[in-house]
Design a protein around this ligand. Structure first.
Ligand SMILES: [Zn+2]
Length: 84
């Protein structure tokens, strides 16, 4: 009986990869980068791992909305070191 085994390492996926320290939410962009939320309440900030855009000073609720909106339109590819 022939066994087919794939030993190629899988591409790390944002779904499987452990989240960086302090990240409370991630929004996946169209090209595989993420917009990471950190903090809480008025100290919430979001950073795009693609283009590097930072969203701060809006409070958690608004920051989530802005992060979602940014993730929907950002086309910047994630930097390789952000994919570990
Ligand atoms: Zn971006």
């Amino acid at each position: 009986m022939q066994q087919r085994t794939h030993t190629q390492p899988q591409q790390p996926s944002p779904f499987a990869a452990p989240w960086p320290e302090g990240v409370i939410a991630r929004y996946l962009t169209l090209v595989g980068a993420t917009v990471d939320l950190r903090g809480r309440d008025e100290n919430t900030s979001a950073t795009c791992t693609g283009c590097g855009e930072r969203i701060t000073l809006f409070g958690e609720r608004r920051t989530r909305e802005l992060a979602q909106a940014h993730a929907e339109r950002c086309r910047a590819l994630p930097r390789p070191e952000a994919q570990r």
